[in-house]
Design a protein around this ligand. Structure first.
Ligand code: RTP
Ligand code: MG
Length: 139
């Protein structure tokens, strides 16, 4: 397993509820190194671009509105097998199905307001990291 990178966002509710510290603690204790991090906000247009893969899904419009309703925290994370291991750390999309010890079990409120995003492939991790961070913002 190569050392590689994934991308995550702490979603608006989790930021508004003061869980940035709790979530980044779980990320670091899970063995991930934070390569890049910023608190920012997505306009509806930018959120729509970010989630363009879900354009045809019934939840797309609600998701775009939700993700643009307040600040988020974007991060690039590094670890062996980063994409897959981070999906394990965040847990199932629906928090009712999220395993004990996962970020979504601890912090998600609903299937939409589920605390964090995690990239689903190496290719998307690269695209999503590039969406938020320039080369000189990664360390
Ligand atoms: P993410 O992309 O945010 O890491 O989440 P995921 O892979 O676990 O789930 P995905 O299928 O990619 O869905 C993206 C986000 O859309 C919202 N969602 N709402 N109302 C619904 O049924 C529904 N289903 C998905 C969630 O915020 C989900 O994380
Ligand atoms: Mg996804």
């Amino acid at each position: 397993m190569a050392e590689n990178r994934t991308f995550t966002m702490i979603k608006p509710d989790a930021v508004a509820d003061n869980h940035i510290g709790g979530i980044t603690k779980m990320i670091e204790e899970g063995g991930f190194r934070i390569v890049a991090m910023k608190k920012t906000a997505l306009s509806e247009e930018r959120a729509g671009q970010f989630y363009a893969v879900h354009k045809e899904r019934p939840f797309y419009n609600d998701l775009v509105k939700y993700m643009s309703k307040g600040p988020i925290v974007a991060m690039i994370l590094e670890k062996d097998n980063a994409v897959e291991d981070f999906r394990t750390l965040i847990g199932a999309t629906n928090p009712e199905q999220a395993a004990e010890g996962t970020i979504r079990k601890a912090y998600a409120k609903s299937i939409e307001s589920n605390a964090v995003h995690g990239s689903d492939s190496d290719e998307n991790a690269q695209i999503e990291g590039d969406f938020f961070f320039a080369a000189d913002e990664r360390f």
